[in-house]
Design a binder for this molecule. Structure first.
Ligand SMILES: Cc1cc2nc3c(=O)[nH]c(=O)nc-3n(C[C@H](O)[C@H](O)[C@H](O)COP(=O)(O)O)c2cc1C
Length: 136
């Protein structure tokens, strides 16, 4: 199963989550700024972005990227994850609905952590990566 883990992170919390998902999936995590390919050749994709704006995806890099690729998500296995601080996860609920409307097969609920993920959470993220890539 060809798998990609693509993330945006301002202060490193979502980046650490991405690295755990990628480790489980057996791939390298890619910063969205460095991902210029098409997603057409991928079977499984994990996307990470923290809550930004007012419960939104980060709007300078991640949102334009996601808007560009989401029409190709239909039928693909997708995992969502990201870090937040003061909210209650509204950005993730909206993002889940969006990828379901795109026709993606959402693997589990979006995985959210308050600020930096602890060891238990990083372990769960590794498991999620394994599941996404069909390695568990
Ligand atoms: C400009 C900005 C907007 C934010 N908006 C929200 C928000 O709407 N809800 C929330 O829970 N956290 C919000 N946060 C907190 C971030 O989601 C939190 O600090 C997160 O851990 C950042 O992840 P990162 O280290 O991957 O960048 C915001 C942070 C910044 C800098």
């Amino acid at each position: 199963m060809k798998t990609a883990v693509i993330y945006w992170s301002g202060t490193g919390n979502t980046e650490a989550m991405a690295k755990a998902v990628a480790e489980g999936a057996g791939v390298e995590a890619t910063n969205v700024a460095d991902f210029s390919e098409s997603i057409a050749g991928y079977d499984a994709l994990a996307f990470g972005c923290p809550a930004m704006g007012d419960e939104q995806l980060e709007e300078a890099e991640f949102e334009p990227f996601f808007a560009r690729i989401e029409s190709e998500l239909s039928g693909k296995r997708v995992v969502l994850f990201g870090s937040y601080d003061w909210g209650t996860g509204d950005w993730m609920h909206a993002w889940e609905e969006r990828v379901k409307a795109d026709g993606a097969e959402l693997i589990d609920e979006g995985y959210i952590t308050n600020l930096d993920a602890n060891e238990t959470e990083l372990g769960e993220l590794r498991e999620l990566g394994k599941k996404l890539a069909g390695r568990s």
